[in-house]
Design a binder for this molecule. Structure first.
Ligand SMILES: *Cc1c(COP(=O)(O)O)cnc(C)c1O
Length: 381
């Protein structure tokens, strides 16, 4: 089950399978007679000596490798799994040398911004931020940047970057272009195929899909880069848990179905919110009114399950919506079976966002019941 080659498996039964839906179900399994259908959680620090596996922090475990095989096949590369999304992000930044130039988007996951700012405050690298829709600006920045970090669609403004054009710009041979693919998932976007060096996902979100684990996955094509990421994981101890990896694999099995349903729900809710008198603005890449809708149509297979919308009135009006929902959870995070809603500007460090912006992660519930819940929460009094 060890994924030695980019986008391939040593399991011969997978050689003819190329659809994401089937790979999600079929990859990461031990098909030998007598073996359980599912790779069990292996809680192990060390192994009897005599094979290539001696200590799990250095050599991995079969449970992590099941997750790495599934994501690697989906994304078309080698995947390294980490203890959380941020541990994976940190391993990518760990590749930088002192004096490196880093570019991140204006709208970007807050943890990535925090990590990038910390390194710049310490004088390890210099940091620039660019508007995600400024494709020309990114193309110019590629000429001398050492790490180009894209996030598309972005959190929480859902801007879609022209990843293909930015990836085709000339960059230094040692530069890394990374795409945070958490909102799109490997089902809607395959960054390595668009020309990125690194594709990252927080497996906490759609891969896990049930709000019950933290994990991260980083996928690359180059063998040296994969080795460097594994070395970073080993030296920083950013290893995924046995139970978490098991749950992430369990989640991956139904990911295509979950995404399909949640995405269909999201489109319906986005259209209805757009027409609602108490909503001032809806951001959803699937709406033709969305500023980067045309790039989204061209580059993404689906528009995702996250909607952000501004309630008319100030923060208090949006807080009222959050306190009134009954089916939808007033909670952070995204990508799970259950719908969650949150006022983002209320979070420390997010005060720059519109005060009444709500980020809604649409789940797999009945869409009419979701709408009844939202419409009741948006009522006037
Ligand atoms: C959640 C998230 C992360 C960080 O992942 P964790 O698993 O929480 O560490 C990074 N990027 C995006 C877009 C996210 O949504």
């Amino acid at each position: 089950m060890k994924n030695k080659d980019a986008g391939s498996s040593t399991d011969p039964s997978l050689s003819k399978i190329s659809s994401a839906e089937s790979l999600l179900v079929a990859a990461g399994r031990d098909r030998r007679p007598g073996a359980p259908l599912n790779q069990p959680p292996v809680p192990a620090s060390n192994f009897n000596l005599g094979t290539e596996r001696a200590y799990s922090r250095d050599d991995g475990t079969p449970t992590w490798e099941a997750l790495e095989e599934i994501v690697g096949l989906l994304e078309g590369g080698h995947t390294v799994a980490f203890s959380s999304g941020m541990a994976g992000v940190a391993a990518v930044f760990d590749q930088l040398r002192v004096g490196a130039q880093v570019v991140i988007p204006d709208d970007c996951y807050q943890g990535v911004v925090g990590l990038a700012e910390l390194g710049s405050q310490k004088g390890i690298w210099s940091l620039r931020r660019l508007a995600l829709d400024d494709t020309d600006g990114w193309v110019r920045a590629c000429a001398d940047a050492d790490l180009i970090w894209l996030e598309s669609p972005s959190n929480p403004l859902l801007t879609v970057a022209d990843v293909r054009t930015i990836c085709s710009a000339a960059r230094k041979p040692s530069a890394l272009l990374a795409v945070d693919n958490t909102f799109a998932t490997s089902l809607n976007q395959r960054p390595l195929e668009l020309g990125a060096d690194v594709s990252f996902q927080s497996a906490t979100k759609f891969i896990g899909g049930h709000s019950d684990l933290l994990a991260g996955v980083v996928t690359v094509r180059r063998d040296d880069l994969r080795a460097a990421l594994r070395r970073s994981r080993e030296l920083n101890g950013a290893t995924p848990g046995a139970l978490e990896s098991f749950l992430a694999v369990r989640g991956a099995r139904t990911m295509a179905l979950r995404l399909e349903r949640a995405q269909a729900n999201a489109m319906i809710l986005a259209e209805r919110l757009h027409a609602h008198p108490r909503v001032a603005l809806v951001r959803y890449p699937g709406l033709s009114s969305h500023p980067t809708h045309s790039v989204a149509r061209e580059q993404l297979k689906g528009f995702g399950t996250i909607i952000s919308f501004d309630v008319r009135g100030e923060a208090a009006a949006a807080d009222k919506v959050c306190s009134r929902v009954r089916l939808i959870h007033h909670a952070t995070s995204l990508g799970a079976v259950e719908s969650t809603i949150e006022r983002r500007a209320g979070i420390p460090g997010q005060e720059h966002l519109p005060p009444s912006l709500l980020r809604l992660s649409v789940g797999i519930e009945n869409v009419e019941e979701l709408w009844v819940d939202l419409a009741a929460a948006l009522r006037d009094e």
